[in-house]
Design a protein around this ligand. Structure first.
Ligand code: G1P
Length: 276
């Protein structure tokens, strides 16, 4: 059973300044919902009920979002506006939330390690909320939970990217064992196109087995002098094995302006309008 999901949300979001000067980048709305809520809803769809935010200074808006706002709720109680809160209320009901601080920014591996005591000895999900994933049927993390039931190892979600973009991602190489499923043989964090083993890029969805924590503890800083989850996963791949999964659905890189605008257009036209 996978019941926990980590959300590393300590990053600054400098690419969206000045919008992110006083609000966390994860609170930027795509149409009418902050990015982080899309992520938590995806986790709930995967059967997860424990949400752990690895947070940082200036991120209190995230905690407030997943809490009551008595004054506001009192104001709109009994009016038609109350229905706007249905989604967030459902998420709050389905989950419990905990928060741990990443005091120093030492990379994604370091952020994930901060969740060690909350996660304990169970497999868990990791969602990077600025990768917004959409699938009409099963959500991406739910697809990965299904795969984990069968294979019982760590899984990363991947997609093909243009070769000139490999420097933005962890990139894998592997042997295809089923359609769209690879056993990882190599992983490189943000390689130059000429050094990339393939164009199969890791996106912000991970399903990790808990032995990853000890591996991270023994992983030296890598790219940009940060502790990289990609490096820890390569160690794990050489031991128990790690799978890379070409997910079904769309992914929007909402950490970039283009991806954010694409996501907004898509959700407005294809999701929001069709819900009436
Ligand atoms: C992180 C990971 C990278 C992965 C990416 C997915 O990078 O380090 O391997 O491909 O997330 O979004 P970041 O985007 O945080 O720089």
């Amino acid at each position: 059973m996978v019941t926990k999901c980590l959300f590393p949300v300590a990053g600054y979001g400098t690419r969206f300044l000045p919008a992110t000067k006083a609000i966390p980048k994860e609170m930027l709305p795509v149409v009418d919902k902050p990015l982080v809520q899309y992520g938590v809803e995806e986790a709930v769809e995967a059967g997860i009920s424990d949400i752990v935010f690895v947070t940082g200074r200036g991120k209190s808006a995230i905690e407030n979002h997943f809490d009551r706002n008595y004054e506001l709720e009192d104001q709109i109680q009994g009016t038609s506006k109350e229905e706007y809160l249905n989604g967030i209320r459902a998420v709050m009901e389905a989950c419990s939330f905990s928060y741990t601080r990443q005091v120093e920014m030492k990379g994604l591996g370091h952020a994930i390690l901060k969740g060690k005591s909350q996660v304990g000895n169970e497999p868990f999900g990791v969602i990077l909320a600025d990768d917004l994933c959409y699938n009409q049927d099963l959500a991406v993390l739910a697809q990965m939970v299904e795969l984990h039931k069968k294979h019982q190892c760590s899984i990363v979600a991947i997609e093909e990217v243009p070769l000139d973009q490999t420097e933005k991602y962890g990139v894998i190489a592997g042997e295809q064992i089923e359609e769209g499923l690879y056993r990882i043989t190599d992983m490189v964090e943000k390689p130059k196109p000429e050094d990339a083993p393939t164009n199969l890029a890791i996106i912000g969805r991970y399903l990790l087995t808990p032995d990853i924590f000890e591996i991270i503890e023994n992983t030296p800083p890598g790219k940009n002098n940060e502790i990289q989850i990609t490096d820890a996963l390569l160690t794990q791949a050489k031991g128990n094995g790690v799978l890379a999964y070409k997910f079904s659905g769309k992914r929007f890189d909402c950490g970039s302006m283009d991806g954010f605008v694409d996501a907004t257009n898509f959700y407005y036209n294809e999701v929001y309008k069709s819900q009436g």
